[in-house]
Every structure is written in structure tokens, then in C-alpha cells.
Design a protein around this ligand. Sequence first.
Ligand code: ADP
Ligand code: MG
Length: 272
Amino acid sequence: MHQGQGERRADKINKMAEAKDTPIIEATDIWKSFDSGGTLFNALRGITLRIAKGELVAIMGASGSGKSTFMNILGCLDRPSKGKYFFNGTDTTLKNNNELALMRRNNFGFVFQSYNLLPRTSTYENVELPLLYQGLKFGRAKRREMVLTALKQVGLEDKMSNKTNQLSGGQQQRVAIARALVNNPILIFADEPTGNLDTRTSFEIMTILQNLNAQGTTIVLVTHENDIADFAKRKVVFRDGKIISDIASVNVKDAAEELHKLPVQEDINVIP
Ligand code: ADP
Ligand code: MG
């Protein structure tokens, strides 16, 4: 049957609308079992979660409740034992490891509690690293532009020559965020990014994450701290590998505002 131009256009618009409405994350009945000395331990027991583009979701729950295990599956660092995970409409369970690596590189940024930076290496080189992994895709000048853009987003342009072991914890985490940003990810996974930081520095990190979210980056934030989860638009609580609540926040706190309310402290976290 001949399809007219009008119909083709309508088709295209429908497809675009569909793509817009496709959840960026659609995980259905996810189970993860680990072999612990001959018996199977179920770290995740049937997690179903959808996340739309542009959300800032906090995944909460006690230590051992399965938050990191789930985040690793969403970030395609690990695979579920059972269940389906679609990322942006793509069935990740059908992808091989190389395809998953490519998917991670093109779409995701990761930030962890322990910054995972190369020590005795400059801020600049740490942030450039994900670009170098892509071989000859970006020339030196383009790489420099991308690194500087990422460093500006976290306010660290002036520290680009410092070795990372010369930086404070908060500065190191900002380098890690810049490294996660340098490939322009559409989604950032942050697993306890403020876990090693004091309140002020934590709020600074959350200010950066909220700004990125305001610019359109979807953020999945694992935290067990209530005052950090208050900066998220939605809170999902895990217990024993299951979701026990999933609530949209009515009063999302503004990290920059909360930061200004904190009493000024001197002589902490300052390494000139
Ligand atoms: P959370 O991040 O909420 O603290 P995790 O997802 O790290 O919890 O762990 C959930 C449970 O799964 C814990 O009981 C943990 O010991 C177990 N677990 C996690 N990873 C592994 C693994 N690779 N092998 C065996 N058990 C694991
Ligand atoms: Mg964890």
C-alpha cells in the first residue's frame, strides 16, 4: 500500500512523541542473586522502576538493602539474574558486553563515594581520560575544549594543573563529576557521592548535581542520608532488595539555598 507524504509525516511525529515519552529507565521485575558459599542470596527481589527523562531520583535505604547492586545494573556495569531492563527503549539484556560498554560510554556518567581518581596526576588529565579512551575520536584542541567546559561546570578551572592528591575531598569529588560530565552524558549515576564529605561540601556537590539536572541531565542518586535525598524530586526507598516506597517530593530543597543558610566555617577543607 502506498503511504502518502502526510501519513509518513504523521508517523514520524508519532515516533518522535513516542521517543519523548519513552522512560529513560524501565526496569521490570529485576532479581539479582549472588552465590554465597553454595547458597544463593537474593540481593534484589523483584524491583520494578521507571524513570522519565529529566528526573532527579534518590534511591534510599539501609546499608545492604541493594541500592548499589541495582545502580550497577541500571548503569550496565552488571546484569540482572532475572528481569528486563530497557534503557531509552533498548533492551539491555540482549546486548553483549562490548555493546554495553559502548552504551555506558555514550550515555552515562558515574560518580562514586570514593572519587576513584588517578593520584599524582593532574585534574586536567583525570578529566581528559574518558576522551582518550575513545582513541582518535577527538583531536587535542577539541579535547581541551571539552575538558575546560566540564571543569567550568564544577568550578575547578583554576585547579586544572593541580595533582588530584593535592585537592580536598570536595574538590576531588568535583573532579570526578567533571570526568563524568566530559562526554555529555544524558544520565548520571551517583552512588553515595557525598558519603565521605562534610555537610557544607555535600551541599556544594548537590548544588552542582541540581544545576546539571536543571540543564536536562537525568540523575539517579544513591544515598542513605535524608538531608541529601531532600534535594531530589523523587525518593525511592529500598529494603531487603525490594522497593517499599516511591514518592514524589512536594518540597524539593534547593541545595544552593541550603548552602547559604549554613554557618560559615573557617579553616576546614581549604587546601590553598
Ligand atoms: P547497599 O548499596 O544498599 O548498601 P549492596 O547493593 O551493596 O547494598 O548489597 C546488597 C546485598 O548484596 C548485601 O547483602 C551485599 O553483601 C550483597 N552483595 C553485593 N554485592 C555482592 C557480591 N558481588 N557478591 C555477594 N554478595 C553481594
Ligand atoms: Mg552501596
